[in-house]
Write a protein that binds this ligand. Structure first.
Ligand code: NAP
Length: 458
């Protein structure tokens, strides 16, 4: 795949970038390694100062950066700006909290292990490779980079090939804040070149956010090198609505949860499971809202839904919908690609789904929602848990006992009650099953790429 900005709203290639050759990659890994050694001599306060300065720069450039993101992957401009500002918030969060999250953890009863003193110390591992997706081209990267740099690790970024301008912006951002040169370096390489980087002795770990096949490949290479990996992969999150829910609020939130980022979010609600008692009302209101969404130029402030980010992504989406319709699904809204330049797809709602349809088990990455009717909570849990994914979930109920049941039974890395899944710097984020392993954000995120060094003293 060429490393290029191809505007998904027009299909026009706006900028191409020559890939880095092996010598350039080697030099950049060397820079990241040298920066790691330099960071070893710094303390939290110094790094926090640089991180806050980088956050200030990012905030002051958020408008320009938002336009780059929208041009590269098509998200509505106001969502792109919100993403940039959220990154700055995350950077400040780790500037404020890294030292506390990584403080020595003393064992209170050291005598139990025959010691006068025993504690765990968190120390950085070194250079970490981040293989990242295009869908939140800033946020996915910064939620790794900010804790990594605050911990004293350094980062190499292999970004998705369709967001090179965002990658190059990130290549200099932390250095502009004051971090040593090379603390965070972008590699303009294709996915085939990732293996050699993982196997490089100067690289100690890898994190990948992206699809399941990419995750399997990267993790197996890392495993063969005995290097730590974290995987944030796909999702097909359920959004479950019980009769006691505030239905209008559930419908409004459900629409946002499905179409934000043009429907291309790992934690988007993708399957809507509604109790039979309120199914007809929910389905009617939900489909009506879908039909009223404004699809168009993502640079236009009034646009709700922009294009799918790539031509192949739109084809994949269309195939899933066509397969379901051919096997008897009912189309309550949309159902087809939109003719004309760019890769637009109608906001779509499908109902009457049966198990032989691919859409029941596969991830839909675009503005397509699937509706399911259930009769009782055990059936809701069965449908919710039937995919191989386990990223997040949402449940809408006013009943405390029902809430406790779903929190216990849903196979997912998170449950949001009477709301939609959102990632926050303050909360651990990640999945189970084929959605991956490891956590980002909060204290758990910064501790992933650390040596937990046990210290024992007689
Ligand atoms: P993708 O095709 O897997 O690409 C992600 C990154 O991996 C890109 O940098 C890509 O490079 C690289 N890559 C692809 N195949 C590779 C391989 N075999 N070896 C090494 N690197 C490889 O995924 P995507 O289409 O960009 O993103 C969508 C997917 O990401 C969805 O499944 C979504 O749910 C998931 N996602 C998960 C999270 C989460 O936190 N759990 C967050 C966001 C997205 P190229 O671009 O050069 O191919």
């Amino acid at each position: 795949m060429a490393i290029a900005t191809v505007n998904p709203a027009t299909g026009v290639t706006e900028k191409e970038f020559p890939p880095h050759d092996a010598a350039e990659v080697d030099e950049r890994i060397g820079e990241a390694h040298a920066a790691y050694l330099a960071l070893h001599e710094t303390d939290f306060a110094q790094r926090a100062g640089w991180m806050r300065a980088a956050a200030d720069i990012l905030e002051s450039e958020a408008d320009e950066l938002a336009r780059i993101m929208t041009t590269e992957m098509g998200k509505p401009l106001r969502q792109a700006k919100a993403e940039a500002l959220k990154c700055a918030k995350n950077m400040r969060f780790y500037a404020d909290h890294a030292e506390g999250f990584l403080a020595d953890e003393p064992l209170e009863d050291a005598s139990a292990v025959g010691a006068s003193r025993a504690y765990a110390r968190y120390q950085p591992l070194g250079v970490v490779l981040a293989v990242m997706p295009w869908n939140f081209p800033m946020w996915q990267v910064v939620r790794f980079a900010a804790p990594a740099l605050m911990a004293g690790n350094t980062g190499l970024l292999k970004h998705a090939s369709n967001v090179p301008q965002t990658a190059l912006y990130l290549d200099t951002l932390f250095e502009r804040g004051g971090f040593p040169a090379g603390s965070f370096r972008a590699l303009l390489i294709g996915s085939r070149e990732v293996e050699a980087v993982i196997r490089d002795a100067r690289v100690t770990a890898v994190t990948l956010t992206g699809s399941e096949p990419a995750g399997r490949s990267v993790a197996s290479i890392a495993g063969s090198e005995v290097k730590k990996s974290v995987l944030e992969l796909g999702g097909s999150d359920p959004f479950i609505v019980l009769p006691s829910a505030d239905l209008d609020s559930a419908v409004a939130t459900a629409v946002t949860a499905r179409i934000q980022n043009n429907g291309q979010s790992c934690i988007a609600a993708k399957r809507f499971l509604v109790h039979a008692e309120v199914y007809e009302e929910f389905a009617g209101k939900f489909a009506e809202r879908f039909r009223a969404l404004t699809v168009g130029d993502p640079l236009d402030e009034s646009t709700d839904v922009g294009p799918v980010a790539t031509a192949s992504g739109r084809d994949d989406l269309a195939e899933l919908v066509d397969d379901a319709v051919a096997k008897g699904a009912t189309v309550l809204a949309g159902g087809a690609a939109i003719d004309g330049p760019g890769w637009f797809y109608q906001p779509t709602v499908l109902a009457d789904l049966t198990d032989e349809m691919r859409i029941v088990l596969e991830e839909t990455f675009g503005p397509v929602a699937s509706l399911y009717r259930f009769e009782n909570r055990a059936e809701a849990v069965r449908i919710a848990n039937q995919t191989t994914f386990g990223l997040s979930s949402a449940v809408w109920t006013q009943d405390a006992e029902e809430e406790a049941y779903f929190v216990r039974e849903l196979q997912a890395g998170a449950v949001f009650v009477n709301g939609m899944t959102v990632s926050y710097p303050e909360l651990p984020f990640g999945g189970i099953k084929a959605s991956g392993y490891g956590r980002e954000l909060a204290a758990e995120g910064i501790r992933e790429f650390m040596n937990v060094k046990t210290v024992w003293k007689a």
